[in-house]
Design a protein around this ligand. Structure first.
Ligand SMILES: NC(=O)c1ccc[n+]([C@@H]2O[C@H](COP(=O)([O-])OP(=O)(O)OC[C@H]3O[C@@H](n4cnc5c(N)ncnc54)[C@H](O)[C@@H]3O)[C@@H](O)[C@H]2O)c1
Length: 434
């Protein structure tokens, strides 16, 4: 059976899921309130960087399974299954801002004339799917609505691979019919033995937050260990490697750096703290993680300050603006936070990122942007590596040394070997490897 699916919200998640579900044989229409995004996609231009996505978009359009629609109302009317993949950013108080989702739910209620299955891909507070079901039935009692929580776990930069080879698919609904339809939609994953976690909506919603909060905790834990290593002269990489040898711990997400960032971990950790608080429970470990992660940015600035004494009037060259390599997403990037802290200290910033300069210019128009590592380093009082781009692992260090005013390299991603840098005459400092 070919299912007719509309996806409301054609951002990272909506577009990847849209072309992925089309590739599984479903008939998918992606729509968005941002008409420019749909126009760009109609010209087969992806509005953000995601390796491999363009090929899937082109192929599924050509083979008549993937469509674009500028009018979300029409997309709702014409399809039976409506996936919601709109943004759920942080509000000032840390709670998830559900206003885009609420608007989408109202539009679905208004436009539906026949039964719909409404699937929530967006990361939402616990209880949202139950609220959605009640609201849809209240606003449009003439139509039958089944609601499913189906959180997404893809990682930017590896989103296509993650969509086709997920560790798990979580389906949270109390309706057997919806469960069956979801199994069918994801049938190709079922056939390759992907585990399906079938549960109620609240559990599905909490699984998503628990996963992100746990990963953020793991990153923060190794960063805290790195802070101790800095103080005692231990090597955080050896600590992390030995920890990872313990099967109960696993080596993943034990890479020290300037703290977690991106569009998900910061907002999801804060949202889970708020969810707990609203239930009268103080989630002490997670609150500590959020605050330690913020402090990590400050500690990185302290590190830079330590080598330059007074920061005021100094020129710092920054390599990398994104929160991790292989994306152009600068949302909550540690590099951007560190730049903002340095600007407050009166520092002049020169910077370069292989993909994200256009995005960075929109929020930091007064920085000076360069085309490569060498132009950026010219006359800098120090060079800071803020993102682990592979191309920063192989820079010509002798050339960089000549270009810098003083040969100071602060490597916030530990891309280089301290002994090698020392032998080249650099004052070098990484994270947790004094
Ligand atoms: N980006 C990730 O890595 C990732 C991973 C897993 C889960 N998520 C979750 O998925 C959700 C979407 O994240 P994203 O990064 O794709 O966001 P995004 O900002 O890239 O895209 C959201 C899109 O929704 C559109 N939109 C808003 N209201 C709409 C409406 N009523 N109808 C149609 N379109 C509408 C916006 O214009 C935007 O294009 C969030 O809840 C996020 O937490 C994101």
């Amino acid at each position: 059976m070919t299912y007719k699916i509309a996806i409301l919200g054609t951002g990272y998640v909506g577009l990847v899921c849209g072309v992925g579900l089309a590739d599984f044989g479903n008939r998918v229409t992606c729509t968005d309130i941002d008409g420019e995004k749909i126009d760009l996609l109609a010209r087969e231009t992806i509005p953000f960087y995601e390796p491999g996505l363009e090929d899937y978009l082109k192929r599924n359009r050509k083979e008549g399974r993937f469509f674009l629609e500028k009018d979300p109302k029409k997309a709702i009317r014409d399809n039976d299954i409506i996936f919601i993949a709109v943004g759920t950013p942080s509000r000032d108080d840390g709670e998830a801002d559900l206003s885009y989702l609420e608007e989408a739910v109202r539009t679905i209620a208004r436009e539906s004339k026949k039964p719909k299955i409404v699937v929530t891909k967006s990361t939402v507070s616990v209880g949202t799917n139950r609220w959605m079901k009640e609201t849809l039935l209240h606003l449009n009692p003439a139509v039958s609505f089944l609601v499913v929580s189906n959180p997404e776990f893809l990682r930017e930069g590896r989103a296509v691979q993650d969509f086709f080879h997920p560790d798990k698919v979580v389906i949270g609904t109390e309706e057997e019919e919806a469960r069956e339809v979801m199994r069918e939609i994801y049938r190709p994953l079922y056939l390759i033995d992907t585990p399906f976690v079938i549960t109620n909506p609240e559990t599905a919603e909490l699984i998503k937050y628990a996963c992100n909060a746990f990963l953020a905790t793991k990153i923060t834990f190794i960063n805290e260990i790195a802070n101790l290593c800095d103080r005692v002269g231990a090597d955080v990489h050896q600590v992390a490697k030995a920890m990872g040898m313990d099967g109960r711990i696993s080596p993943k997400f034990l890479h020290p750096g300037p703290g977690y960032g991106g569009s998900c971990f910061p907002k999801d950790t804060e949202a889970l703290c708020s969810i707990a608080e609203n239930l009268g429970y103080e989630f002490k470990t997670l609150k500590a993680v959020v605050s330690a992660n913020k402090r990590k940015r400050e500690l990185m600035v302290e590190k830079i300050k330590h080598h330059l004494e007074d920061l005021k009037g100094k020129t710092i060259a920054i390599l990398g603006l994104v929160f991790k390599q292989n994306t152009d997403d600068i949302r909550k990037s540690p590099a951007i936070d560190i730049i903002q802290l340095l600007l407050k200290e009166g520092v002049y910033i020169r910077c370069f990122d292989p993909l994200a300069m256009e995005n960075a210019r929109k929020i930091l128009p007064n920085l000076t942007y360069f085309q490569d590592e060498y132009e950026t380093a010219q006359d800098g009082d120090a060079l800071v590596i803020a993102t682990e781009w592979n191309q920063f692992r192989n820079i010509d260090l002798s050339k960089i040394k000549k270009l810098l005013k003083s040969p100071i390299l602060l490597d916030l991603r530990n891309l280089y070997d301290p002994a090698t840098l020392k032998s080249l005459g650099f004052t070098y400092e990484g994270v947790g490897r004094k």
